[in-house]
Write a protein that binds this ligand. Structure first.
Ligand SMILES: Cc1ncc(C[n+]2csc(CCOP(=O)(O)OP(=O)(O)O)c2C)c(N)n1
Ligand code: SF4
Ligand SMILES: [Mg+2]
Length: 335
């Protein structure tokens, strides 16, 4: 006799402070990421927030390759690799499969979290279409988490649509004739997905430098139901070329300079978080040079380049309809 099936989610209450965070780990030793790798911390916090009744799927990239050396794995929960552009398809297929098996009584009906992670190459570039499709299927519960180390890191730091303007990558080395090879501005991925998928109930940005906030956004995304999306900015010592001990500080600086705002879009309501909220309420932003000049990938920047970068970030805050989130502004009357 099939059990009654409701497709409910787990209700994961927010951790009320760091002392209330559970001590159990579901991403443990056994991986070979670089020293100071923030994306490994993101995996650890993501699955700690989700808890043991969770399936993790991951597309090709550092968080696949460095985490699954033959015969070892840090994952304590079930996990599966999926093709580079397929985090969306893997999330949707797994959620649909679980739902069908439970509905038919072929497995115990219980809420199981489905999380698919992807890198910026796999998610913001190659897999964007599959993520978009998944975010339109409101009948299936899943979370897609994009860990953004701002390059195709695993294949030796090629530039992606998430790489910041001017950064030195293996595809954009500064030369003596042309200093800035990468002249495109970083994609605004989370708002693009929030605005384009009106029935996706939860989209958020996170940074593991603010770990409790990050875990609570994961818990909210999993509890709220339907497909959800989180974009995490992850300092990468190898790709960004800095001392590994600076990972935490660089995450903070990305937020304090206003380059990477922290917010959520829940049922269409935008809420800024933490230091981003303080900036919206009038706290001065730190100059972008404090963030950029700590990283070797910007070592070739001149004052002119720093000025250009600062002006673009100023525009996000002074001109955008919703500061740091929505890059439109209304035409002034009479123009
Ligand atoms: C279809 C396909 N094209 C290319 C590759 C080679 N490849 C493996 S990992 C990777 C980089 C992925 O970058 P990203 O998604 O940002 O993850 P990261 O390596 O930065 O963690 C590439 C290009 C592949 N595995 N599959
Ligand atoms: S290259 Fe960057 S993302 Fe990849 S394992 Fe090293 S620090 Fe982590
Ligand atoms: Mg990447």
């Amino acid at each position: 006799m099939a059990e009654t099936f409701t497709n409910a989610t787990q209700i994961l209450e927010p951790f009320k402070g760091v002392k209330k965070v559970t001590i159990e780990e579901y991403f443990t030793s056994g991986h070979r990421t670089c020293q100071g790798c923030e994306s490994a911390l993101v995996m650890k916090l993501m699955v700690k927030a989700a808890g043991p009744r969770t399936i993790v799927l991951g597309s090709t990239g550092c968080m696949y390759v460095a985490n699954t050396t033959y015969y070892t794995t840090p994952w304590v929960v079930p996990w599966m690799h999926t093709q580079l552009g397929s985090s969306g398809s893997a999330a949707l297929g797994t959620a649909a499969g679980l739902k069908a098996l439970m509905k038919k009584g072929k497995m115990k009906a219980e809420p199981i979290n489905v999380i698919a992670f992807c890198g910026d190459g796999g998610g913001a570039d190659m897999g964007l279409g599959a993520i978009s499709a998944t975010l339109t299927h409101k009948e299936y519960n899943s979370l897609i988490l994009l860990y953004d180390n701002e390059s195709y890191a695993n294949t030796d730091i090629q530039l992606s649509g998430s790489t910041p303007y001017g950064a030195n990558t293996t595809f954009s080395p500064p030369g003596s004739v042309k200093r800035i090879i990468h002249t495109r501005w970083k994609k605004n991925t989370a708002p693009m997905l929030a605005a384009g998928h009106p029935e996706c109930r939860y989209v958020a940005t996170v940074c593991a430098s603010y770990a409790v906030e990050m875990m609570n956004k994961v818990r909210k995304a999993l509890s709220i139901g339907g497909p959800t999306f989180i974009h995490s900015l992850d300092p990468c010592p190898k790709g960004w070329d800095y001392d590994p001990m600076l990972s935490h500080e660089l995450g903070e600086l990305a937020v304090e300079t206003g380059i990477f705002p922290l917010y959520e879009v829940q049922d269409g309501v935008v809420r800024h978080y933490g230091k981003t909220k303080a900036i919206v309420e009038g706290r001065p932003r730190k100059p972008v040079r404090e963030y950029l000049l700590k990283q070797g990938r910007f070592a070739h920047f001149t004052e002119e380049d720093l000025g250009y970068f600062q002006a673009k970030v100023d525009e996000m805050w002074n001109k955008w309809e919703i500061p740091g989130v929505i890059p439109f502004w209304k035409e002034k009357a009479g123009k």
